[in-house]
Design a protein around this ligand. Structure first.
Ligand code: ATP
Ligand code: MG
Length: 426
């Protein structure tokens, strides 16, 4: 039996890469004071219809929705922001928690899209939301946080594309201008855009099919307040040496965005070059029945970052030890030594103490171990063991009582030697 199309098993060492990205994210979220909200995978379908928006591709055609046995309409979450907003409102976090309200989430999202390189039906997102701050400093903070994360993951050539969708007034005027512009072209656009024309003409700018046909579309004319916000944000990003570029046609695929929107791209990826995206959603919390609070956030596609890091991350770079047993009466001692090594933090493994030493050593050589610790009846009688360097083939006798100390010092030495690994650099 196979996995469903667009769904996959992530095996080691690829799973190590996911772990590495998550670990790095948690480390940086901590520095920026973002705390985790762990949301359920399944929600009421209405949550996404109300927040993500009825005119979005996600809600129109990509959701895994079904009726459960209790007759409820439920959906496997396609994105995280609506859940954070729901949680923020449900748990009355604006009064029960102390500001600033900064959250992150890590989890699988589900969208029934056409699977391609870097596009899956179950994929992982790591996202942040900063609630309660309307100033450009909060936009700048989340973008700087994203940039910091991507550079600490050693992703080169990150470009942030950025735009402002303005306030309700700017956006309404822009929608009118766009509608006028599109009127003459509408018949030549794709069927989805013909639908969008009535419901949300802004979304046409995000269409991957009609992009070329609408190159000369008008640009948004921002009011002075929105312009000031965007200018301030641009200046803050410049000062922080963020590589960004204004793209006047960037609109994003979700309905709730207001003001700043952005996407992070890496030229190292092919067609699916967008690694993260986000923006401001100042009206969403109120429209979901919560307090009138502005917010800004982004979501990063872990699978796409994992593609970029696939051959670059050296995980488990610590020296590993392999305990091999010579002789029936040495087995219990070998097991005791193995457990003691692990108890003290040494990365140690074994295969089958009951197999021949030859076969155990073959396994040791095939494994990622750097050293074998060989213990036989003769060694036990002398209170010794053999430490063998599997790369160099050299071996030496060590008192059994010193083996933990010796192994720890070898591991310690290694971390100085190999400071070049991604895990230890940054
Ligand atoms: P795209 O334009 O590539 O479809 P999107 O606009 O739908 O992306 P968002 O909903 O903003 O993306 O999600 C944020 C990030 O999640 C994207 O930048 C991307 O890295 C990742 N992502 C989105 N959809 C998928 C998918 N089907 N498979 C893998 N990653 C995805
Ligand atoms: Mg999409």
């Amino acid at each position: 039996m196979k996995t469903l199309r667009g769904f996959r098993d992530i095996l080691p060492p690829e799973s190590d890469v996911f772990h590495f990205i998550e670990e790095k994210s948690r480390e940086i979220f901590n520095i920026f004071s973002y705390r985790e909200i762990r949301s359920p995978t399944l929600e009421e379908t209405a949550l996404f219809i109300k927040s993500t928006g009825e005119t979005t591709d996600i809600v129109e055609k990509e959701m895994y929705s079904f009726t459960d046995n209790g007759g409820r309409n439920v959906t496997l979450r396609p994105e995280g922001t609506p859940q954070i907003v729901r949680a923020f409102i449900n748990h009355n976090m604006s009064t029960n928690y102390v500001p600033p309200f900064k959250f992150f989430y890590i989890g699988s999202m589900f969208r029934a899209e056409r699977p391609q390189a870097g596009r899956f039906r179950e994929f992982e997102q790591i996202g942040v939301e900063y609630i309660g701050n309307a100033t450009p400093f909060s936009d700048a903070e989340v973008i700087i946080l994203l940039y910091r994360l991507l550079s600490s993951l050693n992703i080169k050539d990150v470009l942030i594309e950025m735009n402002s969708l303005g306030c309700d007034k700017c956006r309404q005027e822009y929608k009118n201008a766009l509608t006028r512009y599109l009127e003459a072209k509408i018949d030549s656009l794709c069927p989805a855009c013909q639908r969008r024309y009535q419901r949300n003409p802004l979304r046409i700018l995000d269409c991957k099919i009609d992009r070329e046909k609408i190159r000369d579309a008008p640009e948004i004319d921002l009011c002075s307040t929105c312009n000031l916000h965007f200018e301030k944000l641009s200046n803050l990003l410049k000062k922080s040496h963020i590589n960004f570029q204004v793209n006047k046609f960037l609109v994003r695929g979700l309905d709730y965005y207001t003001g700043t929107v952005f996407e992070a791209k890496s030229s190292e990826l092919g067609a699916q070059d967008e690694v993260a995206a986000g923006g401001r959603y100042d009206n969403l919390i109120k429209s979901m029945g919560g307090p009138n609070m502005p917010a800004v956030g982004w979501a990063l596609g872990t699978d796409r970052v994992a593609i970029l890091l696939k051959d670059k991350v050296k995980i488990n770079s610590e020296k590993r030890f392999f305990v091999a047993c010579a002789g029936e009466n040495a087995r219990d001692k070998c097991f005791e030594v193995l457990l003691n090594l692990r108890k003290n933090g040494v990365v140690a493994d074994f295969s089958n103490f009951e197999a021949s030493l030859r076969s155990q050593m073959r396994t040791a050589n095939k494994s990622k171990s750097s050293f074998a610790i060989i213990i036989g009846e003769k060694e036990i009688a002398q209170g010794m063991c053999i430490l063998k360097n599997l790369k160099k083939g050299e071996e030496k006798q060590i008192p059994l009582v010193n083996i933990v100390e010796e192994a720890l010092s070898v591991m310690e030495k290694k971390s100085h030697d190999e400071d070049t690994s991604l895990r230890r650099s940054e």
